[in-house]
Design a protein around this ligand. Structure first.
Ligand SMILES: [Zn+2]
Length: 189
C-alpha cells in the first residue's frame, strides 16, 4: 500500500456511468491521451461525488463522468493538442484534474440519454460557459440542475465549462503523480 489519496471510482459502488473521453480518440485533441480508462479522484472529491450521485438519483438522473484525475503527463499532452488557457490549464500551473479534485460530468435521464446541455462535452467556446444566456430555456434548466446537485455536494463551478466541477480549495491540493495507477507513463519523463 502507498499513501496516494486517489481512490478508484467504481461505477457500481458510486452508481455512476464512466465514459472517459481522453481514453479514446473521440475528443477535441483527436487522439488517445490516457492509456488506461481507470477513473480516479482524490478521496475528498470522491466523497462529494458519492453525495452528488445520491442527489442525482433522487431526482431520477445518473451522473456520467467524462473526466476525473488527469496525470500530469496527460495534461502536457492535452496542452500540446489544445494550447488554449481558457479551457486547458497550462500544465506548468497544474490542472485541478491533476490534483484529483476536479471532475467533468453530465446528467443522464431515465432513458439513458444525456440531458441537453447546449454543447458537446468537450466543446471549448463561449456557449460552454455555464451561464451563457443565448441558449434555450430547457438547456438553462438542465445546467442549473447539474449546478444545484454539484453545489449541494460540496463542489464549486467554474466560469468557462458547464461540465467542470472541483473542490472549493482545489489549489491547496498537491499535483499527484500517477504511480499508484495503471497508467504507464515511464517513457514520458
Ligand atoms: Zn474539467
Amino acid at each position: 500500500m502507498n499513501s496516494s489519496p486517489l481512490v478508484e471510482i467504481d461505477p457500481e459502488r458510486y452508481q455512476v456511468q464512466i465514459d472517459l473521453i481522453y481514453a479514446s480518440a473521440d475528443n477535441l485533441a483527436g487522439k488517445v491521451i490516457y492509456p488506461s480508462a481507470r477513473c480516479l479522484l482524490h478521496r475528498q472529491a470522491a466523497d462529494c461525488l458519492a453525495k452528488a450521485s445520491e442527489l442525482a438519483r433522487l431526482a431520477g438522473y445518473t451522473l456520467r463522468i467524462y473526466d476525473a484525475y488527469r496525470p500530469p503527463f496527460a495534461q502536457f499532452l492535452l496542452w500540446e493538442a489544445l494550447p488554449n488557457g481558457d479551457y486547458v490549464r497550462d500544465p506548468h500551473l497544474g490542472s485541478h484534474h491533476s490534483r484529483g479534485v476536479a471532475v467533468d460530468l453530465t446528467l443522464i435521464d431515465s432513458d439513458g440519454q444525456p440531458l441537453d446541455m447546449g454543447t458537446g462535452f468537450d466543446v471549448m467556446e463561449e456557449k460552454s460557459h455555464p451561464f451563457y444566456p443565448d441558449l434555450p430555456v430547457q438547456v438553462q434548466r438542465n445546467r442549473l440542475l447539474l449546478l444545484g446537485i454539484m453545489l449541494a455536494s460540496g463542489f464549486r463551478a467554474i466560469d468557462t465549462e458547464w461540465r467542470h466541477y472541483e473542490l472549493p480549495d482545489a489549489d491547496n491540493y498537491p499535483l499527484l503523480e500517477d504511480n499508484q495507477t495503471s497508467f504507464s507513463s515511464n517513457s514520458t519523463t
